[in-house]
Ligand binder design. Structure first.
Ligand code: 3LM
Length: 403
């Protein structure tokens, strides 16, 4: 393996960290498209199963193509270890299944990705795990909800889709004072913009489908943290409980994607900032949700814990849902699609799409309005994106405002 140390910068590490030498000397690592690995003899097989000897056994337990991206992500995060899964939901499920049991209580951000909310509120409740969904941007709301059986604090920051910012360092202090596991979904940032582990979280989880892979051609997930916790997730939540293993081919694509993470993120953020500037000048916009806006509620904390404000934007139009629908039907260059972090700019309607798992009451509590539109700024020329939005705004003139 190329010796990559902390002295190398992020962009050097995203290319070189984790690279494993191969017998042919190929610069680009081969795809180990193999489900199983051959032992030299019975003793070696037994030793590997007993954890007394390093080496691969079976791809659900680990694979060299997967190992390479795990070493890379751990290096980028400044974490001891990482693991990849078949999806972001796979990483979150494997984490919850590993550390929680019936009778436990979890405090979660009230604004989280829709399927995360469904996993917690419907899926895990079936197994006797209780959840309090609270506004984690307010640390006193967290403290108030701690019970004797609370085991974990789970947050998304920035949260999907309202971009709510929760203070990672402050929550880490609360979690550790009360001996609670602290998990942060860092999907919207990646380690290039925010490092939850360095800020005190125990685990960071990711939908690697998004910026980490970055090309819209893979569904994958990841987790980072201390070696013993990642080992537990691998051997319990991943191997035995969810089986949510990433395929070697997808791991290869993620490796290719990660080599340009910093370049892509810089451009995503630049484009987002230009889009936000444009939205600010547009009279039909009611409210903009963007962590880089000085008048955004989470601005100060975002400045403190994120190196850049990210490339996810949400906004409400003055005409509410009717205007929003007309707007997303009118864009021509932007793609009307869920997901985020792709080269293409994506636009969607959270209440009816990514967060349709929320009940009306939960949407209200979380502040996800019917008129909210979410944009994932892509890598196109900003001027083209702005022109596209301008022509879509022009078409709104024909909308009759809802009373
Ligand atoms: C979306 N989000 O469009 P996968 N954590 C966060 C996420 O945003 C997501 C996951 C976890 C979207 C997916 S909606 C049907 C498409 C913050 C996914 C889950 O399992 O890799 O999709 O990650 O907001």
């Amino acid at each position: 393996m190329v010796p990559v140390t902390k002295e190398y910068g992020f962009s050097t590490q995203q290319i070189h960290a984790g690279h494993l030498k191969n017998s042919a000397g190929a610069l680009t690592s081969p795809i180990y498209q193999s489900s199983t690995f051959v032992f030299d003899n019975a003793q070696q097989g037994a030793n590997r199963f007993a954890g007394e000897e390093d080496g691969f056994i079976y791809t659900r337990l680990g694979n060299p193509t997967e190992q390479e991206i795990e070493l890379k992500l751990a290096a980028l995060e400044g974490a001891e270890a990482a693991l990849f899964t078949a999806s972001g939901m796979g990483a979150i499920s494997a984490t919850m299944h590993t550390f929680l049991q019936s009778g436990d209580h979890v405090i979660s951000s009230e604004v989280v990705y829709g399927c995360t909310h469904a996993l917690f509120d419907e899926g895990l409740r079936k197994y006797g795990i209780d959840f309090a969904f609270v506004d984690t941007t307010k640390t006193d709301a967290i403290v108030k909800n701690i019970k004797p059986n609370t085991k974990m604090i789970y947050i998304e920051t920035p949260a999907n889709p309202t971009l709510d910012i929760s203070d990672i360092q402050a929550i880490a202090a609360i979690a550790h004072e009360h001996d609670l596991l602290f998990v942060v979904d860092n999907t919207f940032c990646t380690p290039y913009l925010q490092r939850p582990i360095e800020l005190g979280a125990d685990l960071a989880v990711y939908s690697a489908t998004k910026y980490i892979n970055g090309h819209g051609d893979v569904v994958a997930g990841a987790g980072t943290g201390k070696q013993d916790m990642i080992d537990q997730i691998r051997m319990v939540g991943l191997k035995d409980m969810t089986g949510s293993v990433i395929s070697p081919f997808d791991a290869f694509l993620v490796n290719r994607g990660m080599k340009t993470l910093s370049l892509r993120m810089d451009r995503h953020v630049q484009n987002a900032q230009k889009i936000v500037e444009f939205l600010e000048s547009e009279a039909k916009v009611q409210q903009i949700f963007y962590p880089g806006n000085p008048n955004f509620a989470g601005y100060a904390v975002a400045q403190q814990q994120m190196s850049q404000p990210g490339a996810m934007i949400a906004f409400d139009l003055k005409g509410g849902r009717a205007a929003g629908e007309k707007f997303i039907n009118s864009v021509e260059l932007m793609s009307l699609a869920v997901s985020l972090g792709d080269a293409e700019t994506l636009i969607e309607h959270p209440a009816s799409m990514t967060h349709s798992t929320y009940s009306e009451a939960d949407l209200k509590q979380a502040g996800i309005s019917q008129g909210l539109i979410r944009v994932s700024a892509g890598l196109e020329d900003a001027a083209d994106l702005i022109n596209d939005m301008a022509q879509a705004f022009a078409k709104l003139d024909t909308v009759i405002p809802v009373s």
